[in-house]
Ligand binder design. Sequence first.
Ligand code: UFG
Length: 333
Amino acid sequence: MRILVTGGAGYIGSHTVKELVAAGHYVVALDNLSRGRRAAVRQAKFVRADLADQKLITELLRAEKIEAVMHFAASSLVGESMQHPAAYYQNNVVNGLHLLESMRQAKTPYLVFSSTAAVYGEPTETPIPEEHPTIPTNPYGATKLALEGALAWYSRAYGLKYISLRYFNAAGADPEGDLGEDHDPETHLIPLVLKAALGQLPAVKIFGRDYPTPDGTCIRDYIHVTDLARAHLLALKALADGKEPAVYNLGNGNGYSVLEVVQTAEKVVGRTLPKIFTGRRPGDPAVLVASAAKIKRDLKWEPLYSDLPTIIETAWRWHKKHPQGYPKERKIT
Ligand code: UFG
């Protein structure tokens, strides 16, 4: 199939591009490189553009005869979204609507959308099923939920075929070592722990030890980025086979506390790491664990790298080999 991947130079987008190309698809990776890394896109055609440029996107869909879009391009930091909701509505909702309009004009039938566990807000049950109430507690979750709503109405009115994937905590790196996680700023737990292991940070900060969990630290459901990427291919195949639009959680269904993550990382890197306990990070729910039963049942998705040591090992291999992340692009003046 001919596929446009927005945000194709980002962490999850680039891993998905790799899987798509390996499966024989023709891929155009689009990214404005505000957060993405040009060096993360290897075998696919790369277009540097912004979704705000709707005319360009429509022309690209037509010129490349795109049949499906995977939409990763978005702002995705909870804390940042609390400070800059306007930017999140602009990038995630307004630009998302531009993309839907371009697809409508170019008659592109299929969309796989990157959604998030943040649409649920504070969980009322664990593991969280897709039917759980969606009451986001931050603009990031609210903007992803807003676009999910638009997808449902576009589907009903214009026949858009879509699958929305609600990611829990994406982690790890390409098991072949080609790709990894390189955010600036980095806010995610596993890369920060590994940066501490590389001596780039003085200590691992642990946000809160008074949560109602067995060891007092937050519990999350970590899913390997390649397993996440593979789910996108299954979603696309299901759509092409005539599946009705749907929403799926993507997690492993296993929760690990922050302390368990740090202790597992210590085993992987072979030494203990300095730790500092600090206060809670605002907006962090105590426990976020997915029920992944629906995607396993409907799409026959099964994780290949579900255990935490493997997830952290793949990340560690990449961080050791790329301590400064991807080679930085030359400044464009
Ligand atoms: N944490 C620390 N120290 C750090 C960084 C994180 O203790 O230096 C803790 C956090 O408080 C949290 C856990 O580690 O309990 C995981 O934090 P991450 O920042 O790695 O991930 P989040 O759970 O905050 O974010 C994920 C996704 C978001 C999504 C969110 C839903 O990355 O896209 O879940 O709440 F919105």
